[in-house]
Design a protein around this ligand. Structure first.
Ligand SMILES: *Cc1c(COP(=O)(O)O)cnc(C)c1O
Length: 465
């Protein structure tokens, strides 16, 4: 059920995303068309900006019975891919059957591995010739790692723990990329000792550690890009300027490392394909400068950013990947070896969280504002609701009935544990304690974000089927 962002109260969240572009989608009042209307010029422009809103929340289709959406006009420009009507990020029949049959304790995540595999194959085909390095932090379930390994996958790991998780399921170390530019020297040595040969860096201090602990390894420099347009930006903390990257890559070579190229992260849940074009053209310039300085880059790491479908419709994986590869071709007549690191785009839509309504209440008899408390919150898996950045779709047993506005909150005794209060969620008036609510497209960044047991609430349990 859902909701057009319309401003509202400013949440005071202890979020690392404060002041970030994640707020872009919640700041301004936005009037959304109903699906029955002809699109206005503003609608078309919005659609062309890539991630079109498709209508008011309650009307967002979650299945086959969805109203037929208007076709959006597509520009010839490949940087803009119109969204296709889709049933992505739904409760798949396999997940529905599992939940009905097993009736697991809630909250829990159920991941449909067939969806993960389909996504992987679609993205691998669309991003050909790039090798896909799955970003393990999105969901490190061993079933997912094994499935992707069977499909010739590679893996982007950020820590010793993630390296071990991969090795334990039989993934070879030469399929791993240690993509975190901030590593302890002892962890670099551990990775190198286990056979990892591909490492990220974004500073001179990290290069010096790599030269000592991973001599001769292949290294790439993470670039600072602003992540504009992404709903979950990964900017600021990682990467260095283009000028610094050039100097560092030359230094890497002087230190005896294989200075292979650069990486960047365009911002997670990035729906604005023009961002890719912008960054890729800047990188092409950098590669030209490096070649002129006698260092010819051989590798280009495209990072992640491929979106999952939450409230907004997003381009299909195939369309999105093809547009990215087309942008690479535009700027790199001579294509370096390509790597991509999808996380969310592979597993996000494959998972559904089953949760239960704990309480529906109001704060005063004169205050109509309903509060709905779920048995899952920010600390038990829904951390990406920070700043209300990721807006999940919800399914309830009363869908179709009359709805009213709600503030949605988690079960813990921390007043920051509010999921949505500005995003104008609406839920059925009939909703009551004990009702099951299904939170859609929760396969990425949920289990890994759940605390080990804050306030005694158990970490999010996951089933991969
Ligand atoms: C998290 C992460 C990814 C995955 O990003 P998505 O937006 O989920 O695709 C890829 N690369 C690196 C280095 C990351 O940290």
């Amino acid at each position: 059920m859902l909701l057009a962002p319309q401003g509202g109260r400013t949440a005071r969240l202890r979020s690392s995303l404060r002041n970030s572009t994640a707020l872009r989608n919640t700041e301004a009042p936005q009037k959304l068309p109903t699906p029955a209307n002809e699109p206005s010029v503003a609608d078309i422009l919005r659609a062309e900006a890539a991630c079109a809103d498709i209508g008011q929340a309650g009307l967002i289709p979650t299945g086959a019975a969805a109203p037929k959406r208007q076709r959006r006009r597509a520009r010839a420009d490949l940087a803009v891919v119109p969204p296709e009507p889709s049933d992505r990020g739904i409760v798949t029949p396999r997940i529905a059957e599992f939940l009905d049959r097993v009736q697991p304790a809630t909250p829990c995540l159920v991941v449909d591995l067939e969806v993960v595999e389909g996504n992987y194959r679609a993205l691998a085909a669309a991003l050909d010739p790039a090798s896909l390095f799955y970003a393990v932090k999105a969901n490190p379930a061993p079933e997912i790692l094994r499935l992707l390994a069977r499909n010739n996958g590679h893996f982007d790991v950020a820590s010793r723990g993630e390296i071990d998780q991969c090795l334990e399921v039989g993934i070879r170390a030469d399929r791993l990329s240690f993509g975190n530019p901030i590593k302890k020297q002892s962890d670099i040595a551990y990775a190198f000792g286990r056979g990892v040969r591909l490492f990220a860096f974004d500073s001179e201090g990290e290069l010096e550690k790599l030269a000592v602990a991973a001599p001769g390894a292949t290294v790439f420099c993470r670039l600072l890009v602003d992540g504009a347009g992404a709903e979950w930006p990964l900017s600021r903390k990682f990467g260095c300027s283009f000028a610094m990257a050039k100097a560092l890559l030359l230094r890497a070579r002087a230190l005896g490392l294989d200075a292979a190229g650069v990486s960047f992260h365009i911002g997670s849940q990035q729906c604005d394909l023009s961002q890719w074009d912008k960054v890729l053209s800047q990188i092409a310039g950098l590669y030209g400068e490096l070649a002129a300085a006698g260092l010819k880059p051989t590798l280009l790491n495209l990072g992640g950013g491929f979106p999952a479908r939450y409230q907004k419709e997003v381009p299909s994986i195939g369309e999105y990947g093809r547009a990215v590869i087309a942008a690479v071709h535009r700027h790199f007549p001579e294509m370096p070896r390509l790597i991509a690191e999808p996380g969310r785009g592979l597993v996000g839509e494959a998972g559904v969280i089953e949760s239960e309504v704990v309480l529906v209440s109001v704060k005063d008899a004169a205050d109509p504002q309903r509060w709905v408390y779920l048995d899952i919150g920010k600390f038990s898996g829904l951390a990406e609701t920070m700043e209300e950045a990721i807006k999940y779709r919800l399914k309830t047993p009363h869908d179709g009935g009359p709805t009213g506005p709600v503030i949605l909150a988690g079960p813990s005794c921390d007043s920051a544990d509010i999921l949505y209060e500005k995003a104008n969620y609406e839920l059925p008036l009939a909703l009551k304690p004990g009702d099951k609510i299904r939170i859609l497209a929760c396969g990425a960044y949920t289990t890994t974000y759940s605390s080990v047991g804050f306030n005694g609430f158990a970490p999010l349990k996951a089933y991969c089927i």
